[in-house]
Write a protein that binds this ligand. Structure first.
Ligand code: 2HG
Ligand code: ZN
Length: 465
């Protein structure tokens, strides 16, 4: 048997009946959600157990075959796209769920979707505290591997804040089990925190222990269309004083219009301005409803120029969902228009307005016909810079030039090249600029110790070119 067929046999033995090799069957694992990147894996493995994951990784290490762990394939930075000749290790069949413990934590398989985690939480009178528009497909393992955020980071933190333990398999097949039932355990290096956010480069996460949170009995969503970014940023401190603030999001009017078109409707407020969405949630508001408690803050926003026709308040579940959809459907509406250059940057709050206002000139200096669409997470000054081509797709050199111009601008504003989505494949050439040689060498030393043959997600995070 030659080396290749020896590997194929080892893979089949590692997870019998769970290996795909047919090109059509592998298609949905090979192209990322944005449609910008396509890879050509030699196989897709869909293990059902941690033992199968360990056997697959041992075979890959022995044969030096690259492995790309993949959850719901909803990442936006090319972090789960398989390079040619690699295998995709899909975690979608790792869906075992444990009981919700007395301390509100639950251990679930990496393949459980965020929506299924939320359903499980709600059946137990709790909520997951992390929600993404892609939650029907995004998996807990993918969310952990990328330290995903979403709209509720303001209140409940990123995935790292919600995860108290993981079980993960190292490149040689050894298993690190940190699925602890303990809420506190201060014994040595925090291997969970290290694996979370490592984008599949250190280990393959098979299970996650998640800290659920208590739900709110009262919820209100506000949408506000400020006249411009200046008016909105002037109001930031006031907005942050809204009682029970769960989420504070933003979008340019043109982005809201795109979402509205996608929803086949019109925006409920003048869409010329700079939109802010706020969600308030609480259970004990001193007898009054949340709307009553929020009233003084809303009045002070009106007093500082936000006229009544520029604010919408939704209290019922249906109305709240409708208002949120003008923010949540933006990503989909952009993808419906073409394949965008997608960046996810953050700047210090003091730089936010100037950054947002100057972005179109930065983009147009590279490509005059490009269409920037901006939105994101207002409380964290996180800007999702999407740049659409006038038609079709950008040629790759233009896409890279756009990325470089925007990211250069970010660094000069003291910002980060990735506030939320991670480095993936797209931003490897920026990691050194962002973190400096000393920190990248420290990360690289960890990578080499844990994965000496560099089989785990090569080309992601580190610039291996
Ligand atoms: C969001 O906040 C997501 O909606 C997606 O992080 C952002 O599409 C994007 O650029
Ligand atoms: Zn986001």
């Amino acid at each position: 048997m030659d080396f290749d067929s020896e590997f194929d046999a080892a893979l089949d033995a590692a997870a019998p009946g769970r290996i795909l090799r047919d090109v059509d069957a592998m298609a949905r694992y090979s192209t990322d959600w944005t449609g910008r990147w396509t890879g050509s894996p030699r196989a897709v493995a869909r293990p059902r157990t941690v033992e199968q994951v360990a056997a697959i990784l041992a075979a890959c290490t022995e044969h030096r075959v690259a492995v790309v762990a993949q959850g719901g394939n909803t990442g936006l930075v090319g972090g789960a796209v398989p390079p040619s000749g690699s295998i995709v290790l899909s975690t979608e069949a790792l869906t075992a769920t444990g009981p919700v413990r007395e301390n509100g934590s639950v251990t679930v398989g990496a393949g459980v979707t965020l929506h299924d985690l939320e359903r499980l939480a709600q059946e137990n009178g709790m909520t997951a505290g992390l929600a993404l528009a892609s939650g029907a497909s995004a998996t807990v393992g993918g969310v952990a591997a990328t330290n995903a955020g979403g709209a509720r980071v303001l209140r409940y933190g990123t995935a790292r804040d919600r995860i108290s333990g993981v079980r993960a398999v190292l490149a040689h097949g050894d298993v690190i089990d940190r699925r602890s039932a303990l809420r506190k355990d201060n014994t040595g290096y925090d291997l969970t925190d290290l694996v979370v956010g490592s984008e599949g480069t250190l280990a393959v996460i098979t299970d996650v222990t998640w800290k659920l949170v208590a739900p709110h009995s009262d919820r209100v969503v506000l949408a506000m269309s400020f006249t411009d970014a200046q008016a909105a940023t002037d109001a930031l401190t006031t907005l942050l004083s809204l009682p029970g603030l769960d989420a504070l999001e933003w979008a340019e009017g043109s982005a809201v219009e795109r979402a509205a078109a996608q929803l086949d409707t019109t925006p409920p407020l003048p869409s010329d301005g700079f939109w802010v969405f706020a969600e308030l949630g609480d259970s004990h508001v001193g007898g009054g409803s949340l709307v009553d408690v929020a009233e003084p803050v809303i009045e002070s926003l009106s007093a500082s120029g936000l006229s009544e026709n520029r604010i919408a308040v939704a209290a019922s579940a249906a109305d709240r969902r409708t208002l949120w959809s003008f923010r949540e459907r933006i990503t989909e509406s952009i993808s419906a228009a073409g394949i965008p250059v997608k960046l996810d940057v953050g700047v210090p709050a003091a730089e936010f307005r100037a950054f947002v206002e100057s972005l179109s000139s930065v983009v147009h200096a590279v490509e005059p016909s490009a269409i920037p669409v901006l939105f994101g997470h207002f409380a964290e000054s996180n800007i999702h810079v999407n740049i659409l081509p006038a038609e079709g797709t950008f040629p790759e050199p233009v896409a890279e030039a756009l990325e470089d111009a925007v990211l250069e601008h970010v660094l000069s504003a003291g910002g980060t090249v990735s506030a939320e989505h991670g480095i993936g494949r797209v931003k490897t050439r920026w990691l050194n600029r962002q973190r400096g040689d000393v920190q990248v060498r420290a990360m690289d030393a960890l990578k080499s110790a844990w994965d000496p043959n560099r089989i785990l997600n090569p080309g992601v995070l580190f610039d291996d070119r």
